[in-house]
Design a protein around this ligand. Sequence first.
Ligand code: FPP
Length: 257
Amino acid sequence: MNEHNQSAAFDASAAIPRHVAIIMDGNGRWAAQRHLPRVEGHRAGIDSVRDVVETSARLGIDVLTLYAFSVENWKRPQSEVTTLMGLLKRYLRIELDTLLRNNIRFQVIGRMGELPPDVQEELCRGIERTKGGTGLLFNIALNYGGRAEIVEAAKRLLSAQVRPDELDEQRFAGFLYTAGQPDPDLLIRTSGEMRISNFLLWQIAYAEIWVTDTLWPDFRMRHLLEAIVAYQKRDRRYGGIKPARTGPVGNVALSAK
Ligand code: FPP
């Protein structure tokens, strides 16, 4: 489907996911296809980040979460890690005005305290400057791991001396990084891999999953719209069944019993 058709298929009056989470993957392969160093893929991926953040704000999505750096990503070569951190700082410095103009609130989920001090400083500045934003909440997952998040939540609730009889799913969710946010309705993964990669393990319990072969640096507004169009066609049942049909068909089924 070309860009025009995709936009035409997009139904603005149908349900827009409240929370979209994206596993940005394929930067290395994008660079390899062009005989470029891996970091060039990350550099190119910034344009996709910019496009997706602005489109999400315009569509009226409440929360966008991008998986930028996992707790496992420290295993990558030091030069790649340093470039990624540098790109992050640069993105924030360059995009801060655009985030403010678009009423976007920026937040980090993950172990921010373990990031290099200069990166933490830039992040804190972005969080502080955008905290009044009432439009899109842009979560960036940095030094993030789903299991680590759950263990940390358990530690926090033990420190808060929550009694077993007071604990339920809603209370537990209040100890996660995403406390107070809706769970992702739509989880997108680029570059065709069928993996969750330790991302938002608790929160994606009922997320609709959409995987595209498009590599992250090629991902643009039209791909996001394509994912949302697919989402709008899904039948979300949350473990239940479709509501009983009324009218002649339902009546026939009843009288046949
Ligand atoms: C996965 O591709 C991508 C990452 C680990 C990093 C994503 C980061 C960015 C796009 C830049 C910083 C982000 C923001 C929000 C400013 P990969 O390297 O695993 O690709 P491969 O599987 O093809 O090797």
